[in-house]
Design a binder for this molecule. Structure first.
Ligand SMILES: NC(=O)c1ccc[n+]([C@@H]2O[C@H](COP(=O)([O-])OP(=O)(O)OC[C@H]3O[C@@H](n4cnc5c(N)ncnc54)[C@H](OP(=O)(O)O)[C@@H]3O)[C@@H](O)[C@H]2O)c1
Length: 361
């Protein structure tokens, strides 16, 4: 299979590095362009980047020159599409400008997620939402986003349960430091501490969850959000990777814990049916142990190897009333909650023929 040419804008940060790691020898995508801010453009990736993912920086990027993140510079690299790991402010303008120039964007940034015609795609949950790109106003390109890191864990745990009739959801998060980016939280502020505030996070988690779980009307080109109330409270904790979330779900009728566990264990979606390279065999792992999931032990759950970190782990499910349960969810915030989610979206779009020969259909 001939690979198509991919770029990463914002390639040097926390999420950018996960992209670089996960795109090494990717079967569909050939990573040919890496960009960053003006501060580092022109330098070699291996010289500038402070690699933060444990193992060695992959050899294939060390000698690559960092490009400027402008439409002109990116067009010169002849990419078929880009992944975006930019902060929200610069992402807003450049992502639209690239799409306008015929370069599709798969974005992690918050900037365009809640735009009416932009999907927050999760192939296991709402693959049909990809159809909304036909209604975007760009000449040739398009923008597809993946969700905020916390919403990616919550929606994967929650979606399979919707068939039982859910009447409200309450979630409390314990979010890792890598979620704030490479230079996000000063060590003196977080060591031995918990910060019960993350700017814009609760609002984003609530709104994005409802959009992801909403219904797509193809003719009208509209996604109508889930009406079920979702309430979030978010805290930053001194953990490196992995957001833990405590979820309380109220159902319309009585529920049985064994039934919930059966539903999670059997859950699969189009990403699994298509055997996408970054799709885990099962997107939800139910853990029976009384003290799991835990970030240090479970954050890289997922098989095959390329899908490590793409599983959302669920555990400690307890009945609190006839119609109410509480459980814990763990998501790798820079893999399933960021770079891995974006790569899975691009793999799904690729297999659906959204990319034509050297460009989009
Ligand atoms: N971390 C997570 O868990 C997570 C999860 C989901 C979504 N996200 C989202 O993903 C995006 C990236 O997050 P991150 O954690 O990787 O951030 P980060 O570590 O701060 O990295 C930001 C990247 O953007 C580049 N950049 C900054 N300002 C720029 C500008 N004006 N023009 C061009 N490039 C610029 C940086 O380049 P330099 O190295 O040159 O500064 C770096 O490559 C954000 O929108 C974030 O909200 C993050």
């Amino acid at each position: 299979m001939e690979r198509i040419r991919a770029g990463i804008i914002g390639s040097t940060g926390m999420v950018g590095q996960q992209f670089v790691r996960m795109l090494d020898e990717h079967p569909y995508f050939d990573l040919v362009m890496l960009s960053s801010s003006e501060r580092s453009a022109g330098m070699k990736y291996g010289e500038y980047v402070n690699w933060s993912l444990g193992n060695e920086m992959p050899e294939y990027v060390r000698e690559r020159e960092l490009k400027r993140t402008t439409t002109e510079d990116i067009k010169m690299e002849d990419v078929d599409f880009v992944f975006s790991a930019l902060p929200s402010a610069p992402a807003k303008k450049i992502e639209s400008a690239l799409a306008e120039q015929g370069i599709p964007v798969f974005s992690n940034a918050r900037a365009n997620r809640m735009e009416e015609k932009v999907p927050i795609l999760v192939p296991e949950i709402n693959s049909e939402h990809l159809g909304i790109i036909e209604h975007q106003d760009f000449q040739k390109g398009f923008i597809v986003t993946n969700s905020n890191c916390t919403a990616s864990g919550l929606t994967m745990g929650l979606y399979p349960l919707l068939e039982l009739g859910v009447s409200s959801v309450n979630v409390v998060t314990y979010q890792a430091l890598s979620g704030a980016g490479l230079t996000g939280v000063p060590s003196l502020a977080i060591l031995g501490n918990v910060i019960p505030f993350i700017r814009n996070e609760e609002e984003a988690m609530e709104a994005e969850t409802k959009k992801i779980l909403g219904k797509f009307d193809r003719e009208k080109g509209r996604i109508s959000e889930l009406e079920t109330p979702v309430h979030a409270s978010c805290a930053r904790v001194p953990v490196i990777n992995g957001h833990l979330e405590n979820v309380s779900v109220e159902f319309q009728g009585d529920v049985n814990v064994h039934e919930l566990v059966r539903i999670w264990k059997n859950f699969k979606g189009p990403a699994q049916e298509l055997k996408l390279p970054s799709a885990p065999e099962s997107p939800v792992l139910f853990m029976h142990q009384e003290d799991r999931p835990q970030p240090t032990m479970d954050v890289y759950a997922g098989k095959p190897e390329r899908a490590a970190g793409m599983v959302v782990s669920v555990g400690r499910v307890r009945k609190k009333a006839d119609n109410m349960v509480n459980f814990w969810v763990l998501v790798h915030n820079t893999v399933r909650g960021a770079a891995g989610a974006s790569i899975l979206n691009a793999e799904y779009a690729f297999r659906k023929g959204i990319f034509g020969e050297r460009g989009i259909c």
